[in-house]
Design a protein around this ligand. Structure first.
Ligand code: GLV
Length: 322
């Protein structure tokens, strides 16, 4: 069977996979051009992709032999899952292994945004901390986390991992989830109560049609003045233009943004012009250990599919009962 991988993966999982199929790996750092992708997949049984590969109906029309897709990601908003399911194609993803790592990044952004860390770093490097303007009571003052309320939009595994860490910082934690969840020390509230009462709002829902633009201009306007917004989930959930306006007016204190509607973020994004925004290039799962584990799961899903077995982590397991 033929399998195409759109990028090299960490570790030696792809070497193992190559012993079980005719594997072609896109060798370059730059993304595989669309025409090349279509050509490569035209006679492939399997596709190992990244979250940067759009697996949509158009692509699928060029993949007559496709029998499985394995994405090295937990999020699958880059894939048209109903289209795969309609063709009986299982989609694998990599849940679980990136929970702690992503929660750590959320906390890092919360701390960085609350204590203005990147701004302080820029301040020192620019030579603004000088003898005639030394330490002073109002220099670079931020917000305390202890005693503040953290509102989690989404209380899945990552939201819960953020809750535990925030509790260790002395934060009160409230959460909104589509179905309320019983998590120690976390009070379930409506989204409007969360927005109105949280000092920090952190987003942890998957991007779906139901959550697209969930934190829209009205939601941002409903946030507590002086609050902080952090998004480590997906761009497309938060209205970036409305967020930038609220930050520019200093109605919101600051924001930490790891994920953008368009990635890589365009350099003329209004968010990039603001001192009170901490940005990162979608690095929620970016640690050596976690990326290796994600690669291992992506390969395990592919190996199972090659052997005609159910994938260990399948987004659309209904394909197996059809
Ligand atoms: C990262 O964003 C992922 O979905 O794995």
């Amino acid at each position: 069977m033929k399998v195409f991988a759109s990028h090299r993966l960490p570790g030696n999982g792809l070497e193992t996979l190559a012993q079980h199929c005719d594997l072609r790996v896109w060798p370059r750092e730059e993304p595989v051009p669309n025409a090349e992708l279509i050509h490569s997949l035209s006679d492939c049984d399997g596709f190992i992709c990244l979250l940067t590969n759009r697996v949509n109906r158009d692509l699928l029309t060029h993949c007559p032999r496709l029998r499985f897709v394995s994405s090295m990601s937990v999020g699958v908003d880059h894939v048209d899952v109903p289209a795969l399911t309609a063709r009986g194609i299982p989609l694998g993803n990599t849940p679980g292994v990136l929970v702690d790592t992503t929660a750590e990044l959320a906390l890092a952004l919360i701390l960085a945004a609350a204590r203005r860390i990147p701004e302080a770093d820029r301040f020192v490097r620019a030579g603004n901390w000088r003898p005639e303007l030394p330490w002073r009571p109002d220099m670079m003052v931020g917000k305390d986390l202890a005693g503040a309320t953290l509102g989690l939009v989404g209380l899945g595994a990552i939201g819960q991992a953020v809750a535990h860490r925030a509790q260790a910082f002395g934060m009160r934690v409230i959460a909104w989830n589509r179905t309320a969840k019983d998590v120690a020390g976390v009070r379930n509230v409506s989204l409007s109560e969360l927005l109105e009462t949280s000092d920090v709002v952190s987003v942890h829902v998957a991007l779906t049609e139901a959550t697209r633009n969930l934190i829209d201009a009205n939601a941002i306007a409903a946030m507590k003045p002086g609050a902080i917004l952090v998004n480590t989930a997906r761009g497309g959930i938060v209205d970036e233009a409305a967020l930038a306006d609220a930050l520019k007016d200093q109605r919101l204190f600051s924001a930490g943004v790891d994920v953008f509607e368009t990635e890589p973020v365009e350099m003329d994004s209004p968010l990039l012009a603001l001192e009170n925004v901490v940005v990162a290039p979608h690095i929620g799962s970016a640690t050596e250990r976690t990326r290796a584990r994600m690669a291992d799961l992506a390969v395990a899903n592919a190996l199972a599919a090659l052997e005609g077995k159910p994938m260990p982590h399948c987004v659309n397991p209904e394909v197996y009962s059809a």
